[in-house]
Design a protein around this ligand. Structure first.
Ligand code: NDP
Length: 213
């Protein structure tokens, strides 16, 4: 069963966005995101799955996200993906009208130009919610969250939130436990030297974490 990995940066209150943008500008955090989502064995490619609003929040000159298969989800089957960008023509971009059909592309044997290595769900809140709710019996299932925890400031004016994936018992509400992996496990899974401990950029403190279930 293909596994999905969520990548998200969230405050202690799970704030992830404001006015359709990221509330912070963290270049080293962005570099981590890029390295994490592009690293794959020679000849393979990773996929990044995102909602239409997240796609639109990426500046034109940066999309499609290079060296990754971009999968955008919108209920509007006529949505003009490529009218927003003429760049990076060799980067595969696919539009899907449901999570289920996007998942079918991830599992299909001939679904990508190159064999797929990892599939990352990169936001926003709607897509995080929908993919976290996929049952373990479905074709795809989220079993890993790469969380950049924004420790301070609080960014209290966030208007979009990551779902609270840990209930009071530390489980996902269906009885399955989420556990925080060790930093060594995070580095090993990422496949590169992830900065350890509390990072600071532009007065923002944050930490790279990995959670698994
Ligand atoms: P999303 O990016 O989740 O996109 C929402 C859109 O996706 C919907 O309007 C719809 O498109 C489509 N969609 C959602 N669910 C489904 C479904 N089940 N089936 C088919 N289509 C679906 O938007 P959000 O507003 O939730 O999040 C955007 C915010 O999140 C921004 O502020 C962004 O900056 C932030 N963000 C933060 C991240 C972080 O790590 N901090 C990461 C990514 C985003 P349509 O209306 O076209 O039908």
């Amino acid at each position: 069963m293909p596994r999905l990995t969520i990548v998200v940066a969230a405050t202690r209150n799970n704030g992830i966005g404001r006015n359709s943008q990221l509330p912070w500008r963290l270049s080293k955090e962005m570099a981590f995101f890029k390295k994490l989502t592009t690293t794959s064995p020679e000849g393979t490619i990773n996929a990044v799955v995102m909602g239409r609003a997240t796609w639109e929040s990426i500046p034109k000159k940066f999309k499609p996200l290079p060296q990754r298969a971009n999968i955008v989800i919108s209920r509007n089957e006529q949505y003009e993906l490529m009218s927003v960008d003429a760049g990076a023509p060799s980067t595969p971009v696919y539009l899907h009208s449901s999570i289920e059909s996007a998942a079918a592309r991830l599992v299909g044997p001939y679904s990508m130009e190159r064999p797929l290595h990892r599939s990352f769900v990169i936001g926003g809140a709607h897509i995080y919610n929908a993919t976290l709710a996929l049952p373990p019996t479905s074709d795809t299932f989220v079993d890993r969250i790469l969380l950049t925890r924004i420790l301070s400031p609080a960014f209290e004016d966030c208007d979009v939130f990551f779902p609270d994936f840990l209930d009071d018992n530390g489980t996902d509400g269906n009885g399955r436990s989420w556990k925080r992996a060790s930093f060594e496990e995070l580095k090993e899974w990422a496949g590169f030297d992830v900065p350890e401990g509390i990072q600071e950029e532009n007065g923002v403190q944050y930490e790279f974490q990995m959670w698994v279930r």
